[in-house]
Design a binder for this molecule. Sequence first.
Ligand SMILES: [Co+2]
Length: 360
Amino acid sequence: MAANIFPHCLSKCTRDIFCKNQKSCFQRGIVSYCNRYQDEIINSGYMKSLWKHVTFRSFSRNPKSWFKNKRTYEVVTPGEVGTKRQIPDYILKPSYYDTGIEIEPNNIEILSKNSIENIRQSCSLARIVLHEVEKFIKPDVTTDELDAIAHDTCIKYGAYPSPLNYRGFPKSICTSVNNIACHGIPDDRKLKDGDIISVDISVYYKGFHGDCASTCLVGNVDEKAKKLVKVTALCLQEAIKICHHKQYFSAIGKTISKIAVSHGFSVVPAFCGHGIGSYFHCPPSILHYENEEEGQMLKGMIFTIEPVICEGSPDIVILEDGWTAQTEDDSRSAQFEHTILITDDGAEILTVPDVFIKHQ
Ligand SMILES: [Co+2]
């Protein structure tokens, strides 16, 4: 699950007021506090360049006339969201299970050897759950049915689906179809032949989160979307290759944006990768666009890389549910994500399936 650039910014400038005294505001989600602190956000130098890429728009869960365009794919509007799925008592739950609130640490978490073994399990399990969901992706399946499969698979393996109630997120996974860039909420819309769907799976297991995503083709997809999906996977793959001890974080954004732009695509700047461990989202923020941030990766750091790449403009609109991020121009987008561990000479991809199976 991608981190939103805005809470990161707010946590820098209004952390005390925001986290300790504004709980109700926080629980209402991104839109509320962005409106509340809009002036501060706009006036912070860091946000000035990004803000122009994001707008907030109200919507109704019924299709509107402005969605009806002639395209080779369907422009998706949010459907009806079902009830929250239940978690059995014996499953270990993250801190935000009841309140929706996770107070992120200020520093990058470096895990002990033992903890790294546990997060390996968690990351590997996230990939297993993703593979399970992928088996069911075909026309006429609803995204809520995919949510049920992911949820039940998590429970079967003794894990908690991390997105559930994270900042009030109502479902267990994110499903983002066609023009939904990320953080799509599973609902009653049936997948259609020609769709592309990004599925983002995160699990909490043995006290640690693991996070991965991929974009799948539904039936017969046009050539442009196939290329978009292929190039997005390549962006992630090449970004991981350049990671190692003492590499600059900015090298990730440079690598991704160079590949995306060279194929005629754009990088959505509003969402970033993130540190992960005992917290779902924590420092560092991993920017996927061209940037000059100064931080360096160090051995033992664990974070996600999860570029959202668009066929059109990178501007997005956050809908009034506070989550669904759709492209402003209704163009399609794809996303791939891995959780990685920085080692002496490179990066180890943790979100691979075989590790978990071996330990069972
Ligand atoms: Co993530």
